[in-house]
Ligand binder design. Structure first.
Ligand SMILES: C[C@](O)(CO)[C@H](O)COP(=O)(O)OP(=O)(O)OC[C@H]1O[C@@H](n2ccc(N)nc2=O)[C@H](O)[C@@H]1O
Ligand SMILES: Nc1ncnc2c1ncn2[C@@H]1O[C@H](COP(=O)(O)OP(=O)(O)OP(=O)(O)O)[C@@H](O)[C@H]1O
Length: 298
């Protein structure tokens, strides 16, 4: 898990030079309702995604020999299971492209944190290689390849804060306030699969509207199960009580919104030193959209 020392260079913004890096931002689920279950076991959701300016970074070199390789290790994830490698293979298959790639991912986002790090890495790989290979797939086609890689991958392809339904593939862009968030990263990894297969998970939440959400309906139906099964998440949430802490996705990360960076940083300063956490700005537009525009303008 990443602690406080890991800070500034994972952000993007004015004056931050990305060089050749491709950004893979995190997301927060600002609310999450489980409204049904499909025949294949996947759950129908209503959720609101917002991006934050905390990113993994990828470097991708095109290879002429058609091989797709991961450069460097990712603890607990074999090369062929890595979502960046799987995304590249899926794009090569879909596009018929004969080129390959070396992919290096610098992780700043905790795994199993509900921040969608692996999903975002996959989306960035698809978008980057579509440009670098001149594969010519449309955004819709990329989103279609993205979904089998993970329910969270399409939102990162679209690169916009969104109201989402289905398993997260029916996306409507939304303009939201862009507050500062304090995100706490408890030292545990929550398995999305385990939460969704838990017998006590609420699976019949009533449908709400965007207006309901805007008026403060920010329930996360995974919270009761996660709070019970993961004491680290329970105690991190308790620390955010004064500011209305919320769980993102199936956790483990929890967050609270603040009107300014200084207020979010002050709250972070009051957290126990051993608890990982960071401050990031909510964003309605992904830096990936700008990075790919810069690439295609070359
Ligand atoms: C919880 C969220 O993060 C909210 O944004 C996502 O719905 C999860 O997306 P994800 O991590 O990309 O999840 P996937 O890799 O597609 O699925 C992991 C496992 O979670 C379960 N799963 C996931 C999403 C969903 N809507 N229903 C499910 O039941 C399935 O058992 C699946 O095997
Ligand atoms: N490049 C990658 N980065 C992170 N995880 C990866 C990657 N490739 C494969 N994985 C696997 O995917 C799992 C989920 O990782 P991820 O970081 O997306 O979790 P998450 O933030 O909880 O996701 P979500 O919010 O989408 O449920 C990891 O535990 C890991 O086994």
């Amino acid at each position: 898990m990443l602690g406080r020392a890991d800070s500034g260079d994972a952000l993007w913004g004015e004056g931050v030079g990305w060089g050749e890096a491709w950004p893979a931002p995190a997301k927060l689920n600002l609310m999450l309702r489980v409204v049904g279950r499909r025949a294949d076991g996947y759950h129908e959701l209503q959720t609101v995604f917002q991006l934050i300016d905390r990113c993994d970074r990828l470097w991708i070199d095109v290879r002429d020999d058609g091989r797709i390789r991961r450069v460097g290790d990712l603890e607990g994830v074999p090369e062929q299971a890595d979502l960046t490698v799987r995304a590249a293979l899926a794009l090569r298959q879909a596009s018929g492209c004969a080129l390959g790639a070396d992919i290096r991912c610098e992780k700043h986002l905790p795994m199993g944190g509900g921040l969608g790090g692996g999903s975002s890495d996959a989306a960035t790989t698809l978008v980057a290689l579509n440009a670098l290979w001149s594969a010519g797939l449309s955004e819709d086609e990329l989103a279609e390849i993205a979904l089998p890689l993970g329910a969270d991958v399409p939102v990162f392809i679209r690169g916009r804060a969104a109201w989402a339904e289905g398993v997260g593939e029916r996306l409507d862009p939304v303009e939201l306030p862009e507050p500062w968030y304090l995100v706490l990263t408890p030292a545990c990894s929550v398995s999305t699969k385990d939460v969704f297969s838990h017998p006590d998970l609420t699976r019949d939440s009533k449908l709400i509207t965007l207006a309901d959400f805007m008026h403060g309906d920010t329930v996360n139906d995974c919270l009761p199960v996660v709070r019970r099964e993961y004491p680290e998440v329970r105690s991190a949430l308790g620390l955010l009580d004064p500011w209305g802490g919320r769980l993102t996705g199936t956790g483990a990360c929890v967050f609270a919104a603040f009107p300014s960076e200084s207020e979010a940083s002050a709250a972070l300063g009051r957290m126990p030193a051993e608890l990982g956490g960071f401050v990031a700005r909510g964003r309605n537009r992904s830096p990936l959209l700008d990075r790919v525009a810069a690439q295609t303008a070359v």
